[in-house]
Design a protein around this ligand. Structure first.
Ligand code: NOJ
Ligand code: NOJ
Ligand code: CA
Ligand code: CA
Length: 702
C-alpha cells in the first residue's frame, strides 16, 4: 500500500493488486521500445466506406489537394487482411482524428484531408468516420496486438491570416459543437495575436503564428482545460500513443504540465515533432527531448540517412558520427522515433532518383539502429513524390511481394525477439566511406548489421564482434545479397566480402540472463502514484523489488521482461531506478527518473522593469523543485522579452510548470555573461498556485 501525501485530488490512493502481463504490443503502451510504427495519412490509405466521403468541392480523387476518401474503415480492412501483421508492424500512427474545417482554404485551394486544420477536438473528422468507427478500429487493432497512435495538434486550429484573404472559418474553435471563439472576434484571448513567425528565435516561434494558422494560447485557462479534456477523451477510447505536432512552437512548461496530467491518467507513449533540416546537434531540441517528458521524432537521424544513402552527399563515416553523437546527446536515444521519410519530406524513392535498392538499404539501417523505427505508408511500395502534396499520394498497391515489404517483414519482428534492437548500445565495428558494419548489444544479445552503399565489393578483414562463437545466417535470407559469417572463439569474423549494394544482418538472442537488465523506463517523469513501465530482460517470473533511489515502489505487475510500478511518495527530484529479482540479483541503474512535486499546472511569470546590461539575462528561481529550489544554477530561463502582446524588454516573462495548489515563493535574478548572479532585493514574491487552472502573475523587479 502506498499513500500519496502530495497528490491533490486523491490524497489517499491505494494499490495492491497484481495481474499477469505479457510483453506484447498493446499490453505495453507506455513503452514502444519493441515496436515498429507505420505512419498513415488516413485520407490517402484506403477508402473502406465511400458513404462518408465529403460531398462537393472538398472531394476530388484527381486533385492532390482534396479528400480522396481514405478512412478508418479502410484501415480496419487492412488490419483484418494481415497487411500490417505480415510486415511486423505493431503500431499505426494515423492522421489527427478530430473534426477539421470542411471548407476549402482559399489561399491554396486545399481541403483539410491531412488533418492539421482542427475545428472541434471533441468530434471526429467525419470523412474518416464516426466515433463508433474509431472505436472499432481501436478494438480491431488491439485484437491484432497493434497499437494506435494519433496525431494531435494543440498548437493551432486552421489558417486565419494571410494578407487580404478571407478565411471562411476564421480559425474558429468549437467544443463539441459549441463555438469557443473565432480568430478575429477573439475577445477572450483564446488565440495568440502576433504576426507570422519569422522563425528567428525560439520565443518568436512559440507565440507567433505558423504561416497564419490561428495560434492557440495554451496559457488561457479555457484552452488549457480544453486541450487536457479533449486528449483525455481520445485516450479513454484506447488510444496508445500521441504524436504531438509542432512542439517547437508551444511553451515547454505548458507541454510538460499537459503531459504530466496525461501520465496521471493513462499509460501512453508521447513523441513530438521538432522539425529540423539539419544533421547537427541542437541544444534546444535535445534539452526538450531530455527534459519535457516526451520523446521526439529524430529528424537528425532521418536527414543523415537521407544524405548518405539517398543523395550520397555524406559518407558512411559522417553518418556514423551523427548516429554516435545522438547516442550521447539524447539521454534516451532508444526512445526517440526514427524514420527515413514522412509527409513533409520528399519520398526516399524520389530522393534517391528512383533507386529502389537505396530505399532497401535505408530500411535496413532504420530497422537496426537505435530508436523506434517508423515506416511512412507507401514507401514500402516504392511510392514516389517530391513535395507536399505529391508526397502524400494514394497507396499504389498492397502487394506483399515488394522487396522493401519483405525486408521490413524480416527485421521488424526481430525488434520483439532480440532485445539488442530495442535497448542495445550502438558501436561501429568496421567503417569506411562506403561501408558501415555496426553492432547493437544488450544483456548478451547481439545484432550485427552490414551496409555497403557503393558499386564496389569490399573485403572485410579483422572484423571483431560480440557475437559468440559459431556460424550465423543472414536474417534477411540473402534478399540483399548477404551470406552467412563465421565467428571464432576469440570473436573474430572469418574474412568475407560485402558486395556492392549489399546488406546483411546477423543476430544472437541470449536466452538465460543472469542478472536483471533494465532496458527502458517509460515515462521518465511522474508524480506519486503514476504508473511507470520498466522493460528489459531477466527480471524473473517471480515478483522482486524495484527501487527509486533508496525507496521501494509498489509493484502492480511483474514478468521477466516487463514490470509496472507506481511512483512512490518521494520528494521531487531525480532518482535512479534499480530492479532486484526474487532470487536477489541486482540490475543496472537506470538514471534520472524525474519525480515532480505533485500535480502540475502552468503559470506565466511576468516581471516588469528588469533592466540588464548587454549580455545578461533575467531568470526565475523559487522554493519548489520546478523553480530550482533556490539553486540559481537550476533557475528557469533566460526568460523571454520580445513578444509585444505579453512582454517586451525591460519586461521579461516565461511559462513554467509548477505544482498545482501550492504556496510558492520566488524571485527573479539577473545573471551576467560570467555567471555572476544579482538577486532581487526585499521579500520573496509569494503566490498560491490554483488547484486546477493556469494563471498569470505580473510583478515589478524589486
Ligand atoms: C507539421 C506537420 O507535419 C505538417 O504536415 C503540418 O502542415 C504542420 N505541422 C502544421 O500543422
Ligand atoms: C534563498 C532564500 O531561501 C530566499 O528566501 C532568498 O530570497 C534567496 N535565497 C535570496 O537571498
Ligand atoms: Ca471514405
Ligand atoms: Ca504557438
Amino acid at each position: 500500500m502506498i499513500i500519496c501525501a502530495l497528490a491533490i485530488n486523491n490524497t489517499l490512493s491505494v494499490w495492491g493488486y497484481s495481474e499477469s502481463t505479457k510483453d506484447s504490443s498493446v499490453e505495453n503502451s507506455s513503452s514502444f521500445s519493441t515496436d515498429v510504427i507505420y505512419q498513415i495519412v488516413t485520407d490517402r490509405f484506403l477508402d473502406g466506406n465511400p458513404g462518408n466521403n465529403p460531398q462537393g468541392d472538398a472531394f476530388d480523387v484527381n486533385n492532390m489537394r482534396k479528400y480522396h476518401g481514405g478512412d478508418w474503415a479502410g484501415i480496419v480492412e487492412k488490419l483484418n487482411d494481415g497487411y500490417f501483421t505480415k510486415m511486423g508492424i505493431t503500431a499505426l500512427w494515423i492522421s489527427s482524428p478530430v473534426e477539421n474545417i470542411t471548407t476549402i482554404d482559399p489561399s491554396n485551394n486545399t481541403a483539410s484531408y491531412h488533418g492539421y486544420w482542427g475545428r472541434d477536438f471533441f468530434r471526429t473528422n467525419e470523412a474518416f468516420g464516426t466515433m463508433k468507427d474509431f472505436q472499432k478500429m481501436i478494438d480491431v487493432a488491439h485484437e491484432k496486438d497493434i497499437k494506435i497512435v494519433i496525431d494531435f495538434v494543440p498548437n493551432h486550429t486552421s489558417t486565419a491570416e494571410l494578407g487580404n484573404t478571407i478565411f471562411p472559418e476564421d480559425g474558429r474553435l468549437y467544443r463539441d459543437g459549441k463555438l469557443v471563439s473565432g480568430f478575429k472576434t477573439d475577445s477572450k484571448n483564446i488565440f495568440n495575436h502576433e504576426s507570422w513567425t519569422d522563425f528567428s528565435t525560439y520565443e518568436n516561434g512559440i507565440y507567433h503564428s505558423m504561416y497564419g494558422l490561428a495560434d492557440l494560447n495554451q496559457l488561457n485557462p479555457a484552452i488549457d482545460s480544453y486541450l487536457k479534456e479533449s486528449i483525455d477523451q481520445w485516450l479513454d477510447l484506447g488510444v496508445d500513443g500521441i504524436r504531438v505536432d509542432a512542439v517547437k512552437h508551444m511553451p515547454e512548461g505548458w507541454q510538460k504540465s499537459w503531459l504530466s496530467n496525461i501520465y496521471g491518467e493513462h499509460q501512453t507513449f508521447i513523441f513530438g515533432e521538432w522539425f529540423t533540416g539539419s544533421t547537427d546537434s541542437d541544444k534546444q531540441m535535445e534539452d526538450f527531448a531530455n527534459k519535457s517528458g516526451m520523446s521526439l521524432l529524430d529528424f537528425r537521424f532521418a536527414n543523415a540517412v537521407r544524405n548518405t544513402i539517398g543523395e550520397k552527399n555524406m559518407t558512411m563515416k559522417q553518418l556514423y558520427n551523427v548516429m554516435d553523437s545522438r547516442s550521447s546527446d539524447f539521454e534516451e536515444v532508444n526512445d526517440q522515433v526514427t524514420f527515413i521519410d514522412n509527409h513533409d519530406m520528399e519520398r526516399f524513392m524520389s530522393l534517391s532518383e528512383n533507386d529502389s535498392k537505396a530505399v532497401d538499404l535505408a530500411y535496413v539501417l532504420l530497422l537496426t539502429s537505435n530508436g523506434i523505427p517508423t515506416i511512412y505508408y507507401g514507401s514500402e511500395q516504392y511510392l514516389q513524390g517530391e513535395s507536399d502534396p505529391d508526397n502524400r499520394a494514394d497507396m499504389p498497391s498492397f502487394t506483399t511481394d515488394s522487396n522493401a515489404y519483405k525486408i521490413i517483414g524480416s527485421l521488424a519482428p526481430l525488434r520483439k525477439t532480440n532485445p539488442a534492437l530495442a535497448y542495445g548500445t550502438l558501436e561501429e565495428r568496421w567503417l569506411n566511406n562506403d561501408v558501415m558494419i555496426f553492432e547493437r548489444e544488450f544483456a548478451g544479445s547481439v545484432v550485427l548489421t552490414a551496409v555497403n552503399r557503393s558499386q564496389r565489393d569490399y573485403d572485410i578483414q579483422n572484423l571483431v564482434t560480440s557475437l559468440p562463437y559459431g556460424e550465423y545466417q543472414d536474417v534477411l535470407t540473402g534478399i540483399m545479397g548477404g551470406e552467412s559469417i563465421t565467428v571464432s572463439k576469440e570473436g573474430k569474423v572469418k574474412p568475407f566480402k560485402v558486395k556492392a549494394g549489399e546488406s546483411a544482418v546477423w543476430e544472437y538472442t541470449k536466452a538465460d540472463i543472469e542478472n536483471p537488465r533494465i532496458g527502458n523506463v517509460d515515462p521518465m517523469m511522474g508524480i506519486c502514484g503514476n504508473d511507470v513501465t520498466i522493460t528489459g530482460r531477466g527480471f524473473g517470473e517471480k515478483t522482486g523489488i524495484v527501487y527509486f533511489g533508496e525507496i521501494t515502489a509498489n509493484v502492480q505487475a511483474w514478468s521477466d521482461s516487463k514490470i509496472t510500478v507506481n511512483v512512490p511518495n518521494l520528494n521531487a527530484g531525480k532518482y535512479n531506478l534499480k530492479v532486484v529479482s526474487a532470487n536477489n540479483k541486482e540490475s543496472n541503474m537506470y538514471k534520472n527518473f524525474e519525480v515532480l512535486s505533485g500535480k502540475q499546472t502552468t503559470v506565466r511569470f511576468i516581471v516588469n522593469n528588469a533592466e540588464t546590461f548587454y549580455g545578461s539575462n533575467v531568470y526565475l528561481v523559487g522554493n519548489v523543485y520546478e523553480l530550482g529550489n533556490w539553486d540559481t544554477s537550476k533557475a528557469i530561463g533566460p526568460l523571454f522579452n520580445s513578444t509585444s502582446t505579453i512582454g517586451v524588454y525591460p519586461t521579461w516573462f516565461y511559462d513554467v510548470n509548477v505544482p498545482a495548489g501550492r504556496n510558492i515563493e520566488y524571485k527573479f535574478v539577473k545573471i551576467d555573461t560570467d555567471g555572476k548572479v544579482n538577486w532581487e532585493g526585499g521579500e520573496n514574491h509569494k503566490f498560491k498556485v490554483p488547484d486546477d487552472e493556469t494563471a498569470e502573475i505580473i510583478v515589478n523587479w524589486k
